[in-house]
Design a protein around this ligand. Structure first.
Ligand code: ADP
Ligand code: ZN
Ligand code: ZN
Length: 843
């Protein structure tokens, strides 16, 4: 793959009549790039990084990215022509192409898979892409002279809600119809969308503003006042406008104008007078598409003044950045890391660079975006999967055009077209959700962001109260800088942590279902004091499984080797691995007994029981099931922030970085399911989770308490959590990792072999492990072994783990060996239908 993509730009502007070829990245998992011939008339238009339309296969026409331009015809096939060019300027930047190539190499996938994940679908056109009229397109205004072909498309769209590209081709009876589509997009007459559910409907507000000459020329404005004196109603409106939009202070304020409804909604102002002023040309009316990112966040604010500790940390960070590219800010929960980031972002923006602020979780973006909007206003772009494709395309374009200088986003933001990055912030850097599991590219956004920063000469600041062992190791050995904040901001103290032994409490009959008397009492006490409570339970749903009391029957997924979880709200049994679901039966299908019992418990049950136990509490739940809708995160968080809810029950979503000032109690209902996890990171993960969820308590003034329910309170992890002793955890972990040869001392690769037939999967895994052992060494190859969940989506699984040396030269040669072994394996006739998934640095 690497040979295919040497980014040689043509040394001089391409002359007409030179035969040029473009290597393109198709958004498909193809092992190599394809070469297309550029028609002479497009020689100047086809640039590296633009989208072109090509035909692929017999029928499919789709857009792809130009990765390289050269004069070499492909040796083994006749190059087809590029059909059309979609962009005037590259939409994928040179540093981005380099990064994409790194991702493909490092994470062992194809460039097509990377591009496919990177581009919002609204930027990926194919014969199936659809068009619609732009919501703000007003045909009667007719200020766009439309060529006849374009008019035909518009007319057809007025009759139909949407057309596919193929429809347009048929309509115009043309092959080269893309240029008309492109032109209409540029005129903002139409937009593209990929799925019906994505249909773009931006919020359009009607606004008014003062006609520009009154703003620019004070004499004219005075004259206007004189003219309007006999018309008091109109004068009122003018005065009202000027009061709300003080153009005498800043002329630029007029551009944004005022929402018309603000004037028309005022009962003291006359409707008809507004209309007259518009007709006279004193006020002008205009539509503004309010981007979803600019919902009203209230007035702009200056950043908060840093405390002494924060200012010190900032100075240390800037000092370290002089020598090092990467610094870790290790600050306890509530130490005020966010304000330090904001300060550094401001600093970076003043230097003219772009900033990426990565967060692990959408729930957290909801809170931080509000804070950042107030400081950075509309320079701030937000990027995550709850946004529609068109919204994401808007952010993409906004970064290219320079509109967005700061972007806050989750994992996938590392794909965005930054080209002048000066600072990357990776908040909660220890979070496993930075890793993409499926599908390829299976990248870790933390590692990728570090590479992106490196490629663009930017600095990276990682932040965490509970750094990953890998990151801390890099600081200890001097590669990265380390800055610590050991105190909470202001007067706030670290919370007290109390353990409740649920085994004992059960014997003493002190458990009310899953709540110990202690926890329940503490919750009640907070409710009395009008303080808030967060309850954490690791599982969603009502119960992880149900069982028949008579015959012990347990419903299992038809496609996976797991029991079905019970979701009470819709009376469903659901598989959390493949989504399979069925109705909850009323009696046991095996023996007919009516004694189906739910076993274990998830967030839904916690919520349910709490409502029964404490009927006065306003309880809300935040987990995958309650946050499916686009704005549900924001709603839940806003309800809790405003005090409408007193208790928030949730899965790990509630543990990450959230900041609520009134929370004085955090309860962990069942710590044991977190600790007993078979993985070399289990200890580290458990520590991070406990400390992070505890860290939500007592963040401002109010003293915080954490109650951890466990059947085994003597485990050593609780001592470390209790004393907030990260050092002890780190020392213990790093010794173990060294002794047993785990990351950060080696790099891991997990290979999963999948097949419909159990024996075939097993045999293939044995053959592969043997081949890998021959190519690498015996010590480096572990397995194959059958994973705990041995069947998912009707495929039987086998896993092989590989340990590789860290040096990058060895790393890439080993990866080539592994890729070779897998390629060989798939060629064997015995293993038809075999799937092999490679996961580099599995989380
Ligand atoms: P962390 O991310 O380190 O857990 P936060 O950045 O969320 O902590 O800060 C904790 C709390 O302290 C927040 O409510 C924040 O608004 C407040 N805070 C932090 N720094 C300042 C400051 N300089 N001035 C006023 N309030 C601050
Ligand atoms: Zn039964
Ligand atoms: Zn399933």
């Amino acid at each position: 793959m690497s040979e295919l993509l040497n980014f040689n730009y043509p040394a001089e502007p391409a002359e007409d009549r030179v035969t040029l070829f473009a290597d393109v990245i198709l958004p498909l998992p193809l092992p190599k790039l394809y070469t297309y011939r550029i028609p002479f008339e497009m020689n100047d238009e086809v640039l590296v990084g633009v989208r072109v339309i090509v035909q692929f296969g017999a029928k499919k026409v789709l857009s792809c990215i130009v990765a390289d331009i050269h004069e070499n015809a492909p040796a083994d096939y006749q190059a087809k022509y590029v059909l059309d060019v979609l962009d005037d300027k590259p939409i994928v930047t040179a540093p981005q192409l380099k990064l994409f190539k790194w991702i493909a190499d490092y994470y062992m996938c194809t460039l097509g898979e990377v591009i496919n994940a990177a581009l919002p679908s609204a930027l990926k056109l194919s014969s199936e892409s659809r068009l619609q009229l732009h919501p703000s397109y007003e045909p009667e205004e007719d200020d766009i002279p439309l060529a006849t072909q374009e008019a035909k498309i518009i007319y057809a769209l007025q009759q139909n809600q949407a057309l596919t590209f193929t429809d347009v081709g048929n309509l115009l009876q043309l092959k080269n119809y893309h240029k008309y589509i492109k032109s209409l997009i540029q005129k903002e007459a139409i937009i593209i969308f990929e799925q019906v559910s994505d249909k773009y409907s931006p919020k359009v507000v009607k606004k008014v503003r003062l006609s520009e000459h009154f703003v620019q020329d004070e004499a004219m404005l005075e004259e206007l006042f004189a003219q309007l004196t006999p018309k008091p109603k109109q004068l009122d409106i003018l005065l009202n406008y000027l009061q709300k939009v003080p153009v005498h202070q800043d002329k630029n304020l007029n551009i944004q104008g005022l929402e018309k409804s603000v004037l028309t909604g005022n009962p003291h102002l006359s409707q008809s007078a507004i209309t007259s002023l518009i007709r006279k040309g004193v006020l002008e009316q205009f539509d503004q598409i309010v981007s979803r990112f600019q919902t009203d966040f209230g007035a702009m604010q200056l950043p908060m003044a840093l405390s002494e500790h924060q200012a010190e940390a900032r100075e240390e960070i800037l000092g370290l950045f002089k020598e090092k590219d990467t610094v870790l800010l290790h600050g306890v929960t509530g130490s005020g890391k966010t304000e330090v980031y904001i300060d550094l972002i401001k600093h970076a923006l003043e230097g003219g660079g772009q900033v990426l602020y990565l967060l692990p979780e959408i729930a957290l973006t909801a809170q931080i975006v509000t804070r950042l909007m107030k400081v950075f206003g509309d320079q701030l772009g937000v990027y995550h999967s709850k946004f529609s494709d068109n919204e994401r395309a808007e952010v993409w374009q906004g970064i290219l055009s320079g509109k967005f200088q700061v972007v806050v986003g989750v994992r996938s933001s590392i794909f965005l077209p930054f080209h002048n990055l000066s600072l990357v912030i990776i908040d909660e850097e220890h979070e496993p959700s930075y890793k993409q599991y499926d599908p390829a590219p299976r990248y870790n956004a933390r590692e990728t962001a570090l590479m992106m920063a490196h490629l663009q000469g930017a600095k990276t600041l990682l932040g965490s109260a509970t750094p990953s062992v890998e990151t801390y190791h890099n600081c200890k050995n001097g590669r990265w800088g380390l800055v610590s904040m050991t105190k909470r901001f202001g007067e706030a103290q670290m919370p007290d942590i109390e353990l409740v032994n649920t085994r004992d409490e059960q014997k003493r009959k002190n458990m009310h279902s899953h709540f110990s008397a202690k926890l329940l009492g503490e919750i009640e006490a907070r409710l009395h004091r009008h303080e808030q409570v967060i309850l954490f339970q690791n599982r969603r749903g009502y119960a992880p499984f149900i069982a028949c009391d008579e015959c012990s029957w347990i419903p299992k997924c038809k496609h996976c080797a797991v029991s079905l979880s019970y979701h009470k709200f819709n009376q469903e049994l659901r598989c959390h691995y493949c989504g399979y679901h069925e109705r909850m039966p009323s009696d046991c299908p095996a023996c007919g007994a009516t004694t189906l019992k739910s076993m274990g418990f998830g967030t839904e049950k916690v919520e349910d029981e709490l409502k029964l136990l404490l009927p006065n509490a306003e309880v809300q739940r935040m987990d995958l099931d309650t946050t499916k809708k686009k704005n549900s995160y924001q709603q839940i968080i806003a309800d809790f922030e405003s005090g409408r809810t007193n208790v928030l029950v949730g899965t790990q979503m509630v543990t990450k970085g959230l900041d609520f000032e009134n929370v004085s109690l955090v309860g962990i209902l069942n710590a044991d399911t977190i600790i007993n996890f078979p993985d070399f990171r289990a200890n580290e993960r458990a520590y991070q989770l406990f400390v992070q969820v505890s860290g939500r308590a007592g963040r401002k003034g109010k003293h915080g308490t954490v109650i951890i329910q466990t059947r085994d309170p003597l485990q050593s992890i609780f001592r470390k959590v209790h004393s907030n002793d990260y050092q002890a955890l780190y020392e213990h972990e790093i010794e173990d990792r060294m002794r047993f040869n785990y990351p950060p001392f080696v790099r891991m690769i997990k290979i999963t072999v999948k097949h419909e037939d159990e024996r075939t999967a097993e045999n293939a895994a044995i053959v592969l492990a043997k081949d890998l052992t021959d190519r690498l060494s015996k010590e480096q190859v572990l397995g194959p072994e059958v994973p705990y969940i041995f069947k998912i989506r009707n495929l039987f699984l086998q896993e092989i783990h590989i340990k590789l040396h860290r040096q990058s030269s060895q790393l890439s040669s080993s990866k080539r060996l592994i890729a070779g072994a897998i390629h060989q394996l798939k060629l064997l006739p015995d293993f038809k239908g075999l799937r092999v998934v490679v996961d580099v640095d599995p989380a």
